[in-house]
Design a protein around this ligand. Structure first.
Ligand code: PNS
Length: 162
């Protein structure tokens, strides 16, 4: 049974992330979408909101679950008996940061490999930050995220305006 972690902040989860999750589920027996608790970033959505969003977004993909983690990712990977960390790489611009993380994680735990997956090219420009920005400025984000997340984004920014 081969388990992989797919870590990130998912603020919010996008069609690009979901595409990578589907590809991971084709390769591994169990995929844990792993939500970082203590990221440096100040998130738009709370941890509970993001867990609920991810759970809804992955509900039709077998062998995928969501968990949160704090501390070092490789320690959590060891606890979960994961053999791999999945990262989506969209463009060369992602590479420096991803390579640095992969090599750091390998130094910390030689048993866990990082697997880079390319999402479908239709999502190659997409990230959560862009989605938040478009939604904050009143743009339609339904081509970037599931409809229920697009609605949650609208509600969030409407509340902020009040
Ligand atoms: O979606 P993101 O923000 O690019 O995800 C980054 C994340 C959460 C995967 C990364 O910051 C991480 O692994 N954090 C956990 C702390 C850790 O293990 N750091 C050492 C690896 S460089």
């Amino acid at each position: 049974m081969k388990t992989a972690l797919y870590p990130g902040s998912f603020d919010p989860i996008t069609f690009g992330h979901i595409d990578v999750i589907r590809r991971s589920a084709d390769i591994f027996d169990r995929v844990i979408v792993t939500l970082a608790v203590n990221s440096d970033k100040q998130p738009l959505f709370s941890l509970e909101e993001r867990i609920a969003q991810i759970s809804e977004a992955i509900k039709d993909i077998e062998q995928v679950e969501v968990k949160t983690f704090g501390g070092l990712l490789v320690r959590f990977a060891e606890e979960q008996k994961a053999v791999a960390i999945i990262r989506g790489v969209r463009a060369v611009s992602d590479f420096d940061y991803e390579f640095q993380m992969a090599l750091t994680n390998r130094k910390l735990s030689g048993d866990i490999v990082t697997v880079f997956l390319a999402p479908h090219e239709r999502y190659s420009y997409l990230n959560s930050k862009i989605v938040r920005e478009v939604a904050r400025l009143g743009g339609n984000v339904e081509c970037f995220v599931p409809e229920f997340i697009a609605r949650a984004l609208s509600r969030k920014f409407e509340m902020e305006e009040r």
